[in-house]
Design a protein around this ligand. Structure first.
Ligand code: OAD
Length: 238
């Protein structure tokens, strides 16, 4: 077994205060492309750059085009949690892992059984009216045609954080609290390029920060252990 993975396994075995912070790379082994890899969402051809489509001003201006992108690119059928999601859920059930903090909007941590999941960027499994805030089932938003509308006439929107929108302050504070007090912090499947989420890991105070990511990140030098391997494979060994 790889020595980095051995070390991570030891840290996990010895701790009951582990926190996980992750991103799109956690779900690629479930068949959901990430954003910034060569085959990621941001490198696919689309009429507008995805960062533009996924912005609040674009959504307000052009909800038709937003929904075309949303249904074609963000909603992926029949995805299942992979070994990383499942092992994290097990670690929580064993009383070892305190929280999963995720930038993902796919709901796969909860599908794997994780209970304490802090969704920094929301979820495409929830929807609400952008005018009166009435909640709606996600079904019609994710699978229907055209722009879904509320009884009040407002546009129904996904409960995700679009570019130009602030993150939920309660979720941010809670994430910060877990990270600040964690014994072991495992960061995985994220390029750590998107703020303010990426900046959260600077609040970690311990000496066991493990970074599990296929490619290098700006925080590799900040971590106590760096593993450049597939996260599902790593979690199947720890
Ligand atoms: P990125 O696409 O920026 O980064 C994903 C990282 O995961 C890359 O560095 C990959 O190398 C790595 N990766 C891919 N598959 C992996 C695997 N099987 N095992 C380990 N690592 C793997 O995605 P995020 O960092 O999540 O925001 O991006 C952050 C935010 O940018 C997203 O939440 C989204 C996006 O714009 C919003 O939509 C607001």
């Amino acid at each position: 077994m790889d020595s980095g993975i051995d070390r991570l396994k030891e840290w996990i075995a010895e701790s009951n205060n582990i926190v996980f912070f992750g991103g799109a790379g956690v779900s690629t082994e479930s068949g959901i492309p990430d954003f910034r890899s060569v085959d990621g969402l941001y490198n696919q051809k689309w009429k507008y750059p995805p960062e533009t489509i996924l912005s609040a001003s674009f959504f307000a201006r052009n909800p038709e085009e937003y929904y075309r992108f949303h249904r074609e690119k963000l909603v992926i059928e029949n995805v299942q949690p992979n070994r990383a999601h499942k092992r994290l859920a097990e670690l929580e059930a064993e009383g070892k892992l305190r929280a999963v903090i995720t930038q993902n909007i796919d709901g796969l941590h909860q599908a794997a059984g994780s209970k304490n999941v802090l969704e920094l960027h929301g979820s495409i499994l929830r929807a609400y009216c952008s005018r009166c805030r009435k909640p709606y089932p996600a079904e019609r938003m994710n699978h229907g045609e055209g722009v879904p509308r509320c009884d009040c006439g407002g546009v129904i929107r996904p409960d995700i954080v679009l570019y130009e929108e602030p993150l939920d302050q309660d979720i941010m504070s809670s994430a910060l609290h877990y990270i600040r007090h964690a014994d072991v912090l495992i960061v995985g499947g994220t390029s750590l390029n998107v703020y303010p989420a990426a900046g959260l890991i600077r609040y970690y105070r311990g000496t066991k920060l493990a970074l599990v990511n296929l490619s290098e990140t700006p925080y590799d030098g900040f971590a106590d252990l760096v593993i450049h391997e597939k996260i599902g494979e790593v979690f199947s060994q720890v």
